[in-house]
Every structure is written in structure tokens, then in C-alpha cells.
Design a protein around this ligand. Sequence first.
Ligand code: NAD
Length: 250
Amino acid sequence: LKGAQTRLAELLDGARRAVAFTGAGISTECGIPDFRSPGGLWTQNKPIPYDVFVAHKAARNEAWRRRFAMEEAFGDAKPGRGHRALARLLGEGRLAGVITQNIDGLHQASGIPDDRLVELHGNGTYAICLECGRRYELSWVRTRFEASGGIAPDCEACDGPVKSATISFGQAMPEKEMARAEALTRAADLFIVIGSSLVVYPAAGFPLRAKRAGARLAILNREPTDFDDIADMVTRSEIGDVLAPFVDEA
Ligand code: NAD
């Protein structure tokens, strides 16, 4: 652990445009399970693909039932040591930005400003109409969902399907966010992967792109990834432990 902390500090000291790339693993110590670890979310529920959500009312009902069940389970989660360390590094000018696959909003909650944060898979804290793009707050959906005994509400303006503002399997990646992530990655001289199994594309393509563009690559992940061989540093220690020295305890 100590060796990993020292190595990471050295890499950060030598970097001018460090970028963090986070996955579900940074939020597990906050009580939000990841997808692929044993007991993770996928062992409980198979995700609902985008085309199924759009085509079937029953799928939308089920998606919203799960969303509100998650809210009950993890709605009170607070940023962990990993989130707080990144917020501090960013505040000190030692980190150029954060690219996340997470949808839990904990990077914002830790104080990372929107202009330094790229949410590749969207954000689960609000909803949008898939037809006209109108934004709805979760409370709007919840009120109607509960009043109807579990029926997903449609858009008030156009009757289109209303979906949480996250990216599902089979759904197009958000163009603006992809472009911002690519720009950060191209410019990075240190790319730090934190808590991602690096199996979901296109997100998982970023570490390779960073490396090819000349960045050093650090991987903080409990399990091996396909990119460990090309990394300049790999640690399997707990993310919160590795990043603890960078956390502002004040
Ligand atoms: P993943 O579940 O595939 O991988 C998480 C990785 O983190 C695993 O390899 C695991 O070994 C590692 N890990 C977990 N806790 C750790 C810890 N404390 N210390 C060190 N390593 C730890 O998740 P992913 O790669 O982010 O991708 C799956 C998709 O699921 C993404 O799109 C993501 O948005 C979504 N997801 C998001 C959340 C969230 O928002 N918190 C939660 C689950 C899944």
C-alpha cells in the first residue's frame, strides 16, 4: 500500500495535466455496490436495454420500480475518500479533470465543478423525455409513479417515454460528453483509472487512447484489467486506502 501511495504521489508530482477516470469501484466504500463484483448489481438484476425500454411500457414500469428501489437503498450515500481526494487534487490544480462512468452524482457532491467533470453515462438524479428532451425532476416521476400504483408516466408535452438521464446499453453515447472526454484524454500526461473493470466500451477505450497519446497510466483496481500490462503503475489495494493521503481531513 505504501509503495502504491508513494508511486502515485511521484506520478502526480511529475504531471501537469492529470486526468482521473472513475468507475463504480470508487463508490463501493460509500455503500453503492458495483456491477461485476460478486454480489454486485448484475447478479441481482439484468439491465434493461434501451430498445426494450422504448418499446415496452412494462419495461419502463420495471425500470422506474428499480430506480426508486435504488433510491431507497443508496439515496443517502455520501462521497468517499476517493471522491474527496480527487476534489482536493483538483482544487490544488494537480488534476485537470475527472471522467466518470458513474451515475451516482458523488463527484459533484464532493465539490468537482461541472466544467471539470465528464459524466460519460449520464446522471441518475433527473429524467428526460426521449422524444422532445424535456427535463423532469425525479420527484415529478415519483409522484405519478406512486399515485398510479407503479405505472411509468409519459411526457406531459408529447406523450414520449420519460427515462432517467442515464445511458443504457444500446443507447447512443452523449456526443458532447464524448468529445469533452476525448479532449481531456488527448491532453493528459497522466491518466489514473480508479475502480473500473474496463470492459464497457467506448468508455474502456480511453486509457489506451491516453497511453498512445503519451500519458503515463495508473490503474487502481482490486481486480486485474486488460490494460494492466501497459500501465506504469497498478495497485490492487482499496481505492480509499490508496487515496487517503490525498484527502483533505480539515
Ligand atoms: P464495474 O462494476 O464493472 O467495475 C468496478 C471495478 O472496481 C471492479 O473491477 C472491482 O474489482 C473494483 N472495485 C470495487 N470496489 C473497489 C475498491 N474499494 N477498491 C478497489 N477496487 C474496487 O464498474 P464500471 O467499470 O464502472 O462499469 C460498469 C457500468 O456500471 C458503468 O457504466 C457504471 O456507470 C455503472 N455503475 C455505476 C454505479 C454508480 O454510479 N455508483 C454503480 C454500479 C454500476
